[in-house]
Design a protein around this ligand. Structure first.
Ligand code: NAD
Length: 326
């Protein structure tokens, strides 16, 4: 059934091409729905507007939509309204329960979704929930893809995100032209849920690298090394990693990173703890040993309960320093 309607969408695009001469220019005029205008969603939606897409937006906190509204977006009351008006919809929500609510809740997308609509979830959530949403969408004649991103708020603002996409390959093209307005890299990973799998693997490694960098820098400082000198040595040696050379967690080592700004901005400890919880669940379900990932999960959970919840995840350096003083 869904395939029939997906087919009818491509027939419609072909028809447009005959009448208007360009499939892409006509497609680019069709409104895009955007749900979840937080730290990431807001700059992503702005980039769609910059690229000429009319945006229809909603968020549980309407004040999040104000800036976007000033740029010309139409703001509506609920995901169901967005679904009535747009045939491509992007969601950018905190976690799995929010995604379930936005898609299947009483005012959710699936209450009003049009047949053939392309639904793209860019939140980082459980791959199993992504697969459930795909099944629910297909029952309504719509198509669901997971497309979580890597790169933070800065990358979202500069349209430099990396999209990891899971879903039907034949539907990938219709989504790709939207991704390229918001990101620099778009990687097709495979069936629904594989985008989330790639994202969780990346964040697990990122957290392990960050904790390793923080404890290494802390040990070096305690051994009398100047932190900038130690970072320089690591970055020209085999210990070099993204957390040491691009996002160093020690205040004073680098400019323009959260550690230079009391760990404000960046990627929150709460979000990292959430992603590690998801990685832990998937590892348990697949009987995969992740000893370091599990430990990283516990460290970030403890940080959340010790006042670091709203700080950038590189504040694990500060956490370790405060721990040793006790
Ligand atoms: P955020 O909390 O800033 O934004 C989420 C938005 O969703 C909020 O504005 C919230 O009001 C809205 N929302 C929640 N429930 C809703 C509902 N039922 N209906 C409508 N709107 C609703 O989060 P964020 O930092 O933008 O992150 C979004 C997702 O992207 C998360 O899954 C996160 O893990 C992932 N991510 C974040 C970053 C980052 O650096 N912040 C980087 C990569 C990926």
């Amino acid at each position: 059934m869904a395939a029939l309607f997906r087919g009818s969408r491509s027939i419609c695009f072909r028809w447009n091409k005959h009448v208007f001469g360009s499939t892409r220019s006509m497609a680019s005029k069709t409104p895009v729905g955007f749900i979840g205008l937080g730290n990431m969603g807001s700059p992503m939606a702005k980039n769609l507007i910059k690229n000429g897409y009319p945006v229809i937006a909603t968020d549980v906190f309407p004040e999040c939509c104000k800036e976007l509204q000033d740029l010309g977006a139409q703001v509506v009351d609920s995901p169901a309204y967005v679904a009535e008006k747009a045939d491509r919809i992007i969601t950018m929500l905190p976690s799995s329960p929010n995604v379930i609510e936005v898609y299947t809740g009483s005012n959710g997308i699936l209450k009003k979704v049009k047949k053939g609509t392309l639904l793209v979830d860019s939140s980082t959530i459980d791959p199993a929930v992504a697969r459930e949403m795909a099944v629910a969408a297909e029952k309504m004649g719509a198509v669901f893809m997971d497309a979580p991103v890597s790169g933070g708020v800065g990358a979202a603002s500069m349209a430099k995100l990396t999209f990891m996409v899971g879903g039907l390959e034949e539907e990938f093209k219709a989504a790709e032209e939207l991704f390229t307005c918001m990101g620099a890299n778009v990687i097709y990973c495979g069936q629904v849920g594989t985008g989330q799998a790639a994202k969780l693997c990346n964040n697990m490694l990122l957290s392990i690298g960050m904790i390793g960098t923080a404890e290494t820098m802390n040990l070096g400082i305690r051994l009398g090394l100047d932190p900038k000198l130690l970072a320089k040595i690591l970055n020209m040696s085999s210990g070099c990693c993204w957390s040491s050379d691009t996002y160093n967690p020690v205040p004073g080592v680098m400019e323009g990173v959260p550690s230079a700004n009391n760990y404000q901005g960046g990627f929150g400890t709460t979000l990292m703890a959430k992603d590690l919880g998801l990685a832990q669940n998937t590892a348990t379900n697949t009987r995969t040993p992740i000893p370091l990932g599990s430990l990283a999960h516990q460290i970030y959970r403890v940080m959340c309960s010790r006042g670091y919840a709203n700080k950038d995840f590189s504040s694990v350096f500060q956490f370790l320093r405060e721990e040793e003083a006790q």
